[in-house]
Design a protein around this ligand. Structure first.
Ligand code: ADP
Ligand code: MN
Ligand code: MN
Ligand code: MN
Length: 336
């Protein structure tokens, strides 16, 4: 029987791209074709040369439609010269994956996000006012402490049904803020799964008239921002016994502060202030168990002498293809 394929792609909206998708009916037994879309409606082309092309790169079962239906994550290519579109950051990630394959890097990304009402107020904030200060919300339970758990339940099960590498979820420090983790896997897998998990979150919350915001600082003032802590390891970092490879990786990243921070998501300066469990965006530090450092080395990693490190700086609205590529290029080129 014919089935529905939801073609998902990343658009050209500035300063932070949005996800788009459209449905193709595919005849039974037919492969997924390359498909075109109107790039002039997504800030990816001009009206006089509007065709852009969707190239399927990752497919999984569609947990919302069920049956034989699928979700299809795509890379965007130019219609005219069939080169990767300027918004296609995955193409560069594929090149970096090949170049540094021997380091066997793996990543785990902690995606934080904030639920908003349709008027833009965070869920759990009273209209025109503020809830009680932060303290009781992180990993909380009970009315008045957490909001919209039904969406989290539905989203987590949907990710599992789709076969995504979701690892866990938790309510965050600010009301209406939540997190899920994806990994640990190679950069392309973790980024592809993360993009589909983001799409599923938007799609499920849509049924509740709830907006999903990946803004770095959705509520100004004394409220935590939203990040995407990126945990990473090379084979050497995982197999060492003396922390040497982990320290070398941190030192290498510390030499390229601007390159990383500029590419870790829009409005990072508002989030990385030095308060609210962050380090200032323009200073670099790393430390064991330190949630006020740019890079944290988990306590148990120091005890074992090997494992991974956590770059705490990427924003919730970051591009995972670019963040993982930069960490990979910086860490691996320094190790060669
Ligand atoms: P916390 O909130 O304490 O920072 P989480 O449990 O939310 O920690 O996330 C830990 C992340 O670390 C997960 O995404 C997991 O995949 C990742 N991780 C664990 N081991 C490794 C490793 N060896 N290499 C890369 N990432 C790892
Ligand atoms: Mn976490
Ligand atoms: Mn968190
Ligand atoms: Mn973390």
């Amino acid at each position: 029987m014919a089935y529905q394929a939801e073609y998902i792609w990343i658009d050209g909206t500035e300063p932070s791209p949005l996800l788009r998708s459209k449905t193709k009916i595919v005849a039974d037994g037919q492969p997924l074709p390359v498909w075109s879309f109107d790039g002039s409606s997504t800030n990816q082309a001009t009206g006089d040369a509007s065709d852009c092309m969707l190239h399927p790169v990752f497919t999984c079962p569609d947990p919302i439609r069920g049956r034989d239906n699928v979700l299809v994550l795509c890379e965007v290519y130019n219609g005219r010269d069939s080169k990767p579109h300027r918004t296609n950051t995955r193409a560069a990630a594929v090149k970096a994956a090949k170049k540094y394959a021997k380091h066997e890097m793996i990543f785990g990304i902690e995606q934080e996000y904030t639920f908003l009402k349709l008027d833009g107020t965070p869920l759990g904030f009273p209209n025109g006012g503020f809830p009680e200060p932060q303290g009781k919300y992180y990993c909380g339970v009970g009315a008045g402490r957490v909001a919209a758990r039904e969406i989290i339940e539905e989203h987590t099960q949907a990710c599992l049904d789709a076969g995504l590498m979701i690892e866990g979820t938790n309510a965050e420090v600010m009301p209406g803020q939540w997190e899920f983790q994806i990994g640990a896997a190679d950069a392309l897998t973790v980024s592809d799964h993360l993009m589909v998990a983001r799409w599923l979150l938007h799609r499920i919350a849509e049924d509740y008239d709830v907006v999903v915001s990946f803004d770095a600082k959705p509520a100004k003032g004394n409220w935590n921002g939203a990040g995407a802590h990126t945990n990473f390891s090379t084979r050497a970092m995982r197999e060492d016994k003396d922390m040497k490879a982990i320290k070398a990786a941190c030192e290498a990243i510390g030499k390229k502060i601007d390159l990383h921070v500029k590419n870790y998501g829009h409005d990072i300066e508002s989030r990385l202030t030095g308060a609210h469990e962050t380090a200032p965006y323009n200073k670099f530090s790393y430390g064991v168990s330190n949630r006020g450092a740019s890079i944290r080395i988990p306590g148990q990693v120091e005890i074992a002498g090997r494992g991974y490190a956590e770059d705490r700086r990427p924003n919730a609205n970051c591009d995972p293809y670019t963040v993982t590529r930069l960490i990979k290029e910086t860490v691996c080129s320094a190790a060669e």
